[in-house]
Ligand binder design. Structure first.
Ligand code: NOJ
Ligand code: CA
Length: 680
């Protein structure tokens, strides 16, 4: 596959000819082509899709502290290709079976004079996109000051991009911007864009391990350069000279929903390293949680303390009665009094407030058959947490806890650690230090057969494949912003998440708010800016193996018919299909329940959501099994529904359907449709 091209450089009257090597690798279906070359002695690549340039010449390489850069005077010294096709199984997920079909090219660059090897670039090209990573194998320590990877978008004058800013005051909890591509400055990934011809691309990374997160900085119009999140001392990544970068990924499709039907990120992660993970359990949970966010309860002690023995027992009983697996309890441990946001050093992860009796609660939980879900809020003080982590997990394990939600509430760049010399250092949530810290937490939890749901996390890069106890995480604006955020999440927020944040992996968004009037209705108050039917549809649209029913039990009892959908909807899927959608506008997902344990059904579920525009969407039911009939339980916006003043108007009805039928989904402004197709 070697193509030798002769490139002529001319300047004035002088002409010189230099030899450049270039190698290409195509996706199995031939649509994506990745070419790498050493033209002008610089490592570089380009990508085409459907025979059109997608990325123009984009540079590769590194700069280091006290070591020669890897960017110039390099030539390709070796190359190898291979192909791979295999289907693997997830222990839990949005799909049970995942097919990994790709062609691989590995190209090694060496210095032209010294003949020392710089790095190997390994590229895998799939039908739904590609990933490439650097592999460096030096004997001396290397401190990366710059990764030079570029993404030079060929259609940048005409593209639209959806993005959140990187390295700002917050972590990832922003509303999304929709702008011409060239107006995006410094952004987080997944970074999704659309070209004039309708081709959609999302840039992200897979298998972020012992490295800093890649953010993207638009340095010249259309050219985004990797901008690795630094340590507090300014170094981007500290290595011993032997390292593999995360995969730099591009998901590529002819239309928006192709991005949602891609398994690229999972395929670029290593298989399960934990062995038997039957103790990792997907499921649904309630929580002593929303009450604190809307000010009904407090985390800290006092009259309004939420995490009391009495309230926790009542929640556990309610959960068990309605078929939920667990109850999250926040604020039971000492440290929440006063301004907890700034006082991470006072959190105890084992000592309870006097009105919370862990022993009695754990006994009650066994009796009724719903588990306590643990909580570790660190307020970003990771050294305080680390000291107590073993004991904290041990206590939970002894109390029957199988899942812990962690929290790293702190402003951007304000994660506090105490360094080797006893000095405080302040790190970013997505720098190399925290990348390792989050994973250490997950690995330690696995020793106690505990699964982790990280809030204020490092972004997801598919590590759930390697560490299946990393069940879910936040990493975007969740439901909580509707309680107190300025502004609350706008109607487009969730159809935006589907094509951006959700490409990274599961999110603990915490849907299901039934009482939207806690501050009154309209668009000027803090409240979910949705209809009730849309709250239901979110359970299908925003994938997570654990889903919260976020509202207070009394609000579910007040609307038992709508609550039925939350009770029915599973969180583990045999297969998932994005049927229709446009970024930030609307999206429709169908998912088939995964059979487990006692369950013998074969049901499908559908979720459709829209932004501020009402719309009707025609859907063919040809995803259903052709030889079966289904009873469709349809939860849709009522005739008069609209999110601002009439969010509760919902129509719930049943009809018999089969794969030959079509449905017209009528969504109100910021509305939704949720359907259970019950196999009969
Ligand atoms: C932020 C989390 O996202 C939220 O769910 C939690 O209740 C608070 N931190 C307190 O830990
Ligand atoms: Ca949060």
């Amino acid at each position: 596959m070697r193509l030798l091209s002769y490139l002529t450089l001319s300047s004035g009257l002088f002409c010189s000819a230099i030899q450049a090597a270039s190698y290409s690798v195509n996706s199995p279906d031939g649509a994506i082509k990745f070419t790498i070359s050493d033209s002008q002695s610089q490592p570089q690549y380009n990508v085409s899709f459907n025979n059109k340039p997608l990325l123009n010449t984009s540079k590769l390489g590194f700069e280091f502290k006290h070591a020669a850069p890897m960017k110039e005077n390099l030539e390709i010294s070796a190359s190898a290709t291979s192909s791979y096709q295999q289907t693997w199984q997830q222990p839990w997920g949005e799909a049970r079976l995942v097919t990994d079909h790709h062609n691989e090219l590995a190209v090694t660059f060496k210095d032209k004079d010294s003949k020392d090897t710089a790095f190997t670039l390994r590229v895998r090209v799939f039908n739904d996109g590609l990933g490439f990573r650097y592999e460096v194998n030096q004997s001396n320590a290397l401190y990366i000051t710059k990764e030079l990877t570029e993404f030079n978008f060929a259609d940048s004058h005409n593209s639209t991009a959806w993005w959140i800013p990187a390295r700002g005051w917050n972590r990832y909890e922003y509303t999304y911007n929709t702008t011409p591509l060239q107006q995006a400055a410094h952004v987080h990934t997944p970074f999704t864009l659309k070209n004039a011809d309708g081709v959609h691309v999302s840039v992200h990374e897979a298998a972020l391990l012992d490295y800093a997160a890649m953010t993207l900085n638009q340095r010249r119009p259309g050219t985004f350069v990797a901008d690795l999140t630094p340590w507090s001392d300014g170094i981007r990544v500290k290595t011993n000279g032997k390292f593999k970068t995360p995969w730099r990924t591009l998901q590529i499709g002819d239309e928006a929903i192709d991005l949602l039907n891609s398994h690229l990120i999972l395929n670029l992660n290593e298989p399960n390293k934990l062995g038997d993970v039957s103790w990792v359990e997907p499921g649904k949970y309630l929580g002593i949680w929303w009450g604190m966010h809307i000010g009904k309860n407090t985390w800290g002690s006092g009259e309004k303390h939420g995490a009391t023995t009495e309230q926790t027992k009542a929640y556990l009983s309610f959960a068990a009665e309605h078929g939920f697996d667990g109850v999250l309890v926040e604020g039971w441990n000492i440290g929440w009094d006063g301004d907890w946001f700034y006082n991470g050093d006072v959190f105890s992860f084992t000592q309870a407030y006097p009105d919370f009796d862990m022993k009695a609660i754990s006994e009650h939980s066994k009796q009724v058959g719903a588990r306590l879900i643990g909580h570790h809020e660190t307020s970003g003080n990771v050294s305080n947490y680390r000291k107590q982590m073993h004991d904290a997990f041990e206590l939970y394990q002894n109390s029957g806890v199988r899942q812990v939600k962690t929290g790293y509430v702190a402003d951007g760049g304000n994660i506090k650690r105490i360094d080797e010399r006893g000095h405080p250092r302040y790190e970013w949530h997505d720098g190399q230090f925290m990348v390792n810290e989050y994973l250490d937490n997950v690995k330690l939890a696995a020793k106690y057969q505990i699964s982790i749901n990280t809030h204020e996390p490092i972004k997801d890069t598919g590590l759930r494949r390697t560490y299946p106890n990393w069940l879910s995480r936040e990493g975007a604006r969740g439901q909580e912003f509707n309680a107190w955020g300025t502004p609350p999440n706008p109607p487009e927020h969730t159809p935006m998440l589907a094509f951006t944040r959700m490409l990274a992996g599961p999110m603990d968004f915490t849907p299901g708010i039934f009482d939207m009037s806690f501050n009154g209705l309209g668009d000027k108050t803090n409240r979910p800016q949705t209809t009730l039917a849309k709250q239901l549809a979110l359970y299908v649209v925003l994938y997570s193996p654990i889903q919260m029913a976020a509202d207070l039990p009394e609000n579910y009892l007040a609307k038992p018919d709508a609550f039925q959908f939350i009770k029915d909807v599973p969180t583990d899927w045999e297969t998932s299909i994005a049927l229709a959608g446009e970024v930030g506008d609307y999206v429709v997902f169908a998912r088939q329940e995964r059979k487990r344990g006692q369950y013998t059904g074969n049901d499908w579920y559908l979720g459709a959501i829209t932004d501020e525009h009402a719309r009707s969407i025609d859907i063919k039911l040809d995803f259903l099994e052709s030889n079966k009939k289904y009873e469709a339980h349809i939860y849709q916006d009522g005739e008069q529904a609209e999110w601002k003043h009439n969010p509760y108007d919902i129509s719930i009805n049943k009809r018999i359907v089969s794969a030959k039928d079509k449905l017209t989904l009528k969504l109100a402004t910021s509305g939704g449709t949720a359907i259970r197709f019950k196999a009969i």
